[in-house]
Design a protein around this ligand. Sequence first.
Ligand code: ADP
Ligand code: ZN
Length: 217
Amino acid sequence: MKLIMLGPPGAGKGTQAQMLVERLRIPQVSTGDLLRAAVREGTELGRQAKSFMDQGRLVPDEVVIGMIRERLARPDCQGGFVLDGFPRAVAQAQALDRMLAETGRRLDAVLSIEVPEGELLRRLTGRLSCPACGAMFHKDSKPPRKSGLCDNCGSRLITRDDDREETIRKRLSVYAEQTEPLKPYYRNQGLLKPISGSGTPVEIGRAIREALGIKDV
Ligand code: ADP
Ligand code: ZN
């Protein structure tokens, strides 16, 4: 299946994408993760991207489109994929449509996770990330077992630069302005499936599988 996870920062796209990966055995392709890896490795692309990310702004389209083109061409994506964090603007969605058409592929569905803005702010302030393995925790709703340390790998957890409050507000406004227009874009293609993102991750996962017609075993 070829899927897109759409939703504001803090909606739980990454968590849900991960659940689909396990269920469907297709790779998760996250532009946020790809960009952070480039920043960690100190590549030229990473250096360019970092200043945009730290300000909560979108990295330029040609950068992320190039990254996605390369990633979707790899063998593991031929049987399907879950896109998480891409596309984030109409120009990116149009580029994706062209890319898929070139290789005779089509999207199956766009899952739009809907969460009220107040709830998003609460979730996003308090996020803790593992710089080593990418695991995410939250000081209230998902605290690590040992304070300040990653459950998976023991590394010291950090607040990502883009999880500072001012940056969070900027990310939410960028979402409203640039990413929300993707909803009518995909609704017109008959692909949009709105999912309530207010429940627990397990409940949201169930709603997603139902929307996709995947049987719960
Ligand atoms: P979140 O969804 O929690 O905001 P992500 O990890 O998806 O976080 O993205 C972090 C940052 O990476 C974004 O704020 C943005 O600067 C950059 N980024 C990620 N995906 C894209 C994209 N498709 N286009 C432009 N910038 C992106
Ligand atoms: Zn870790």
